[in-house]
Design a binder for this molecule. Structure first.
Ligand code: GLN
Length: 276
């Protein structure tokens, strides 16, 4: 193994990162002049833009997440552009897509969908690709996040299906068949104790839901019922130990909890509600 690689690996290991070899391979791949898979033991440095690589490595050593360094994160079946103004799409959020697919088996349905707090647009775009006849309103209160979503809409050519709006849920007044959301739900304490990758490089606005993390569920609960058609569903992501509170909040506003989906760690993560 050549010295640059050895030295870089040592630096990453000193930071106690969970996947130093994988991180290194990804950074090398994105700094590579070719597009080959990187094999650390057999690397030709001539194929690497070393200046670019060193700048990527420096960022990773400062705990910048890989996705933010390479401005790319895979979610469901596609890659998405990301920057510091949006959350990196997380694998547990893919469970929202899975749940929608469980409920609406007919992919030709002309679903009217609302995505609240769209961020990078990953949920809306993934649903648009699954349901080619769906029309989706994707809203966010962050102008910068909507710029990222716009970029992803362009990359994935979804302009005809998705409308982006900078608007608060309170000001929406049409009806939908499906409402999805991954709102900010961390408590202030959880945010303060989270990894530097999240705390320093992801937008607090997209992460924290007030002191107890439940602020946005409370806000939605006042509006949701009016935005849902009679047989509509509402599917949202929740944080650790928020199931009981969320169930209460939404049942108080007239919705019924139909299903709880656990994530891979066994944490109750996705709730699916209906009006009837
Ligand atoms: N699961 C994310 C985290 O722990 C939080 C996502 C969210 O607030 N919607 O970093």
């Amino acid at each position: 193994m050549n010295n640059l690689i050895k030295e870089s690996l040592t630096k990453l290991k000193q930071k106690n990162l969970s996947n130093p070899e994988l991180d290194l391979r990804i950074l090398l791949k994105y700094a590579s002049k070719k597009n080959n898979e990187i094999i650390l033991s057999n690397l030709n440095l001539d194929d690497i833009d070393v200046v670019k690589f060193r700048s990527y490595l420096e960022k990773r050593i400062n705990r910048q997440p890989i996705a933010k360094i390479i401005n790319n994160k895979p979610f469901w079946k596609n890659d998405f552009y990301v920057n510091n103004f949006v959350l990196d799409p997380r694998p547990e959020t893919e469970l929202i897509i899975e749940e929608v697919l469980n409920i609406y088996r007919n992919k030709n349905l002309k679903l009217k969908i609302l995505d609240i707090g769209t961020g990078s647009g990953c949920i809306a775009i993934s649903l648009a690709k699954e349901y080619k006849n769906a029309s989706i309103t994707a809203i966010d209160i962050s102008k910068e996040a909507l710029e990222v979503a716009e970029k992803n809409l362009k990359i994935h050519n979804c302009y005809n299906q998705i409308q982006l709006k900078m608007i608060d849920i309170k000001n929406i007044n049409s009806k939908f068949d499906l409402i999805v959301s991954n709102p900010p739900y961390l408590t202030e304490d959880q945010f303060n104790n989270t990894d530097p990758e999240v705390k320093n490089f992801e937008p607090k606005l997209a992460l924290v839901g007030g002191d107890d993390g439940l602020k946005f569920y409370r806000e939605y609960s006042n509006n949701l019922k009016n935005l849902m058609n009679k047989s509509a569903h509402f599917i949202c992501e929740i944080g650790i130990n928020q199931r009981q509170d969320c169930e209460q909040i939404f049942e108080n506003s007239g919705l019924y909890l139909n299903k709880i989906v656990n994530d891979l760690q066994g944490i109750e993560r996705i709730l699916s509600f209906s009006k009837i």
